[in-house]
Design a protein. Structure first.
Length: 509
């Protein structure tokens, strides 16, 4: 009887995966995130009831793997095009590699399914097992692209303010708890059992407390921002293709300079920020930045460029953020620490150089070795290059290192095309502003350039594949949050809690 019943469970896993990615940024049907796990919990509990522990575990892993694959293939469909552009591989091979990446990414949901199944098998209710299993999985699983269930709610500021207490995992656990109690209510209703009113009240109370805290924090942080000193930051988005700047770097430089001069004439900003790869020719140490980069620009500039340095007798290349004053004097640099596989380096490429013949567009960059802020007068600016802004622990380390007044992300998402990825990148980055109550300025080559305030609201943006400029007043804030001090404590607590639930001895019959 167990084998025929597997097909409906597989169908429920597919439905759950579809609901998950449709609720995710890029599609943004966020209320679906409150019910996406309901069909998956149903499928997992059905598996437990139908078979013995050994076979049940295998099928639970299968259900979790399918859930994860559908979620990630739907949400990260743009991987195929990106791999085509940068790896040089055929379409079929890129589909295969995208499926491999999505299968790996989906492993988080397989781990969740396994932990949940074990806890349920030891008699614990869904409301206890699901949030702990998911929090532990988000904490421990090594994702290539760090996203969280919390990111579904990026456009709901009142719901995400608790990120300053426990980061995105705390929000994720609350959302999974809502899913779990809805699942328990549905099961009880269909089975004719008494409804779990007390548990429902607890979850409803947690949601109400979250919303109340969010309203309080938004008002408090807005008041603090109003009292903090401010500057006018300008952004220019020149919208050049992924290889256009590489093929004609001086044209890229010309466009940035021309648009910046127009911005200076219009608003006279205090600081202008150009994106990653604004300058695509290498800048050896000692380069005259005023002559070769800024030209007639008269405003202090933070821009992304390529550095070439000799280290230990060997020439090395870096993806670098440069902060220069109005005269072109370099005030500080930051080398990107987290390099992107296939784009900035080729896995095992140093060991097997011939791999670069197969993937000719892959770079050969060296990672940076510090996260110190850039100093600009009385202010400190933490530069985050490319996807460093989606990594909570990395940004937290940068904030702890230098207590910056401003977070700046410089990126080039043109290689993902006109897809949901640039909007997903923006949504994932928003949480960093909330976690540390700092403004986050994002300067991109082709979108989405934006200014995010310290409670996660988008003050202004330039869309995907649009040419334009943007200026906003940003307040130079410092301060302390519980997340800054304790980090991902909800994840650690989940790991401890699920260990006690899922790995305790089974009660004897």
């Amino acid at each position: 009887m167990a084998r025929p019943l597997l097909l409906p469970s597989l169908g429920l896993a597919v439905v759950a995966g579809a609901l998950y990615f449709l609720a995710f940024p890029g599609f943004d049907y966020w209320p679906l995130a409150l019910v996406a796990f309901v069909p998956m919990l149903w499928a997992l509990d059905a598996r437990h009831a139908q078979s013995g522990a050994r076979h049940s575990t295998r099928r639970v892993l299968l259900l979790g793997a399918l859930f994860g694959l559908v979620t990630n293939m739907g949400g990260y469909y743009w991987l195929v095009g990106m791999l085509e552009d940068f790896s040089g591989f055929s379409f079929v091979l890129c589909v295969f590699f995208a499926a491999v990446v999505c299968t790996f990414q989906g492993g988080l949901l397989m781990v969740f399914a396994w932990l949940y199944h074990r806890a349920r098998g030891r008699g614990f209710r869904a409301l206890a097992a699901a949030p702990l299993a998911f929090g532990a999985a988000e904490m421990a699983y090594p994702l290539l692209f760090q996203s969280y269930y919390a990111n579904h709610f990026h456009e709901q500021p009142a719901l995400i303010q608790i990120a300053d207490l426990g980061g995105p995992i705390l929000i994720s656990m609350l959302a999974i708890a809502v899913n779990a109690i809805l699942y328990e209510l549905l099961r009880a209703r269909l089975a004719g059992r008494p409804l779990p009113f007390k548990a429902t009240g607890v979850v409803a109370g947690a949601v109400a407390a979250t919303l109340a805290y969010g309203a309080f924090q938004i008002a408090r942080v807005d008041a603090l921002a109003a009292e903090a000193p401010s500057i006018t930051v300008g952004l220019v988005q020149v919208n050049m293709g992924i290889f256009a700047k590489r093929d004609d770097p001086w044209e890229g430089r010309r466009r940035h300079v021309e648009m910046t001069r127009a911005l200076e004439a219009d608003v006279d900003p205090d600081l202008v920020i150009w994106p990653e790869s604004a300058v695509t020719f290498f800048l050896p140490e000692g380069t005259n930045v005023k002559r070769h980069v800024m030209g007639p620009v008269e405003t202090p500039l933070l821009f992304g460029g390529l550095a070439r340095r000799t280290v230990d007798g060997r020439e090395r290349h870096y993806n670098t953020a440069y902060l220069v004053d109005e005269d072109g004097e370099v005030l500080g640099t930051y080398d990107k620490t987290y390099l992107l596989a296939f784009g900035e380096y080729l896995p095992f490429g140093e060991t097997f150089p011939s791999l670069y013949d197969v993937s000719p567009h892959s770079g050969r960059f060296t990672p940076g070795d510090h996260v110190r802020p850039l100093r600009w007068g009385d202010y400190r600016i933490s530069a985050l290059v490319c996807y460093e802004d989606i990594i909570p622990r990395f940004v937290r380390s940068a904030v702890l290192e230098g207590d910056p007044h401003l977070l700046v992300n410089m990126t080039n998402d043109a290689w993902f095309g006109d897809t949901s990825e640039p909007w997903q990148h923006l949504a994932l980055a928003k949480m960093r502003a909330v976690e540390h109550h700092r403004y986050l300025v994002r300067s991109t080559n082709s979108g989405v350039s934006a200014v995010i305030d310290p409670v996660g609201r988008t003050l202004g943006h330039i869309g995907v594949f649009e040419e334009g400029s943007l200026h906003e007043e940003v307040h130079m804030m410092t301060g302390w949050t519980l997340y800054q001090t304790l980090g991902d404590w909800p994840g650690w607590a989940s790991l401890g809690g699920i260990f006690m639930l899922a790995f305790r001895r089974r009660p004897r019959a």
